[in-house]
Design a protein around this ligand. Structure first.
Ligand SMILES: Nc1nc2c(ncn2[C@@H]2O[C@H](COP(=O)(O)OP(=O)(O)OP(=O)(O)O)[C@@H](O)[C@H]2O)c(=O)[nH]1
Ligand SMILES: [Mg+2]
Length: 420
């Protein structure tokens, strides 16, 4: 009798022991919630996020919510309309991943430069969020490209080949005329002026990347180019900031475009405004684009090698009518229109100015310009490693001062020390 009691005790002891070891080992395998340090508005230039993501050190996230953040779930939000997404974000599931992806256009030869960018994005942000990454190319990606980028991205990667008709001369383009333009621009040493592929790239980024089958299921995108740097921790979700604040387009750097590359782009934009007045809302950013009430373009544009934006806006009739109008005028080939002025003029004319966001907290470099937050507090809090002296925002060739002025935003303390 005593013997069988002892056996029962041993069995129970062993059972509970195994259970305890199981719970300890399985919970230590749960990836930790992102270290949220988003605290809402830190100064007047940063809009407050009404529902900051939970899950910070001070607000433990239940295991189920952790899984919501960490598991890629394109299926769920992919079919949810924008309204539903927003209400989901405002609910207690504040930590759900957004329906968003990184997107990069690249050649196979860009591998090591894009690897560098991915490492920056992962280290400063995506290792905590695991967003997907879509890679697009006019040729097939090779095994090396796929192998290395798949290993580096913490989310799911997708690879797409661009259809030929989106990377070639449309039939309404006079190829002889286009060739003469390239020869002339080569002589005048206009940057990329003699390049055919650069023109296809600009036209593709202006009118087609958001229509790729791989992009269809996403609502938000973040464009990343080869060899960029991020200088601060991004401890908030930019996609969520965009959605919760009803933003459609964002930038970190703005500047004046080379006039020689876009002599008639504003004529096409004016033609569009006349033809489609229904697409031009009150309270847009026309004043940022033009100093004479729309007669001429001042060449200000958002630098589109960084963009976080709303794909539904780009796929809207308004944007497509805009692209179509410009495309038919032929300036991608008869001049050398960049996708930056095209996106910027569209955002400036088609969106209300409060739908465009300046991401001061995202410190960024693409040769040769840097955006580094002016506020020392921000730089220290977010472990930034950019030199504030390099900040381009307040220098003479930047259009960011104008952006602040048009919006009545107060410039950060110390900005005068960073002007030239
Ligand atoms: N697949 C493909 N991608 C391209 C091609 N040309 C440019 N790209 C990509 O398009 C984007 C813009 O090209 P960039 O060469 O960076 O143009 P840029 O930023 O104006 O000029 P840089 O100062 O050289 O960076 C990058 O993501 C490139 O990888 C091309 O011919 N094929
Ligand atoms: Mg580039």
């Amino acid at each position: 009798m005593a013997g069988s009691t002892r056996i029962i005790r041993y069995v129970l002891f062993a059972f509970f022991g195994i259970m305890i070891i199981y719970f300890i080992s399985s919970s230590s395998n749960i990836p930790k919630a992102p270290l949220e340090r988003w605290k809402g508005a830190k100064d007047k230039n940063t809009p407050a996020v009404e529902n900051p993501p939970t899950g910070g050190l001070g607000s433990p996230v239940p295991p189920s919510a952790e899984k919501e953040i960490l598991a890629p779930q394109p299926g769920i939000a992919a079919t949810a309309p924008a309204e539903a997404l927003l209400s989901l974000n405002n609910s207690s599931l504040g930590t759900t991943k957004m329906n968003a992806t990184f997107v990069t256009l690249a050649r196979n030869s860009d591998l090591w430069d894009i690897a560098d960018s991915i490492r920056n994005v992962e280290d400063r942000f995506n290792r905590n969020y695991h967003y997907d990454w879509v890679f697009l190319n006019d040729k097939e990606f090779d095994d090396d490209f796929i192998k290395v980028t798949t290993a580096l991205v913490s989310g799911t990667t997708h690879y797409g080949t661009i259809p030929k008709e989106q990377w070639s001369f449309p039939d309404f383009i006079d190829q002889d005329k286009a060739k003469k333009v390239r020869e002339d621009m080569a002589q005048r040493k206009i940057i990329y002026g003699d390049s055919v592929s650069y023109r296809h790239m600009c036209r593709f980024e202006s009118g087609f990347f958001f229509r790729q089958p791989l992009m269809q299921n996403y609502e938000w995108y973040w464009r990343v180019e080869p060899s960029i740097k991020l200088y601060c921790d991004i401890s908030f979700d930019p996609f969520r900031v965009m959605a919760e604040n009803k933003k459609k387009y964002s930038f970190v750097l703005s500047l004046y475009e080379y006039a020689e590359t876009i002599p008639t782009i504003w004529d096409s934009a004016k033609k569009f405004m006349e033809k489609f007045p229904e697409h031009i809302p009150e309270g847009n950013s026309l004043k940022w684009l033009s100093d004479d009430d729309g007669k001429t373009y001042n060449h200000c544009h958002f630098w589109s090698n960084f963009e976080v934006g709303n794909l539904e806006w780009l796929r809207s009739k308004a944007y497509l009518d805009f692209f179509e109008t410009l495309d038919k005028d032929g300036g991608f080939f008869y001049e050398r229109w960049g996708d930056a002025p095209v996106h910027s003029i569209a955002a400036g004319l088609l969106l209300k100015k409060e739908e465009i966001h300046f991401f001061d907290d995202i410190a960024y470099w693409h040769v040769p310009f840097t955006h580094c937050p002016t506020s020392e507090q921000k730089r220290l809090e977010n472990r930034c490693h950019c030199n504030p002296k390099d900040n381009f925002d307040w220098k003479g060739y930047s259009c960011t001062s104008r952006w602040f002025e048009m919006n009545g935003m107060e410039k950060p303390a110390g900005y005068q020390d960073q002007q030239d």
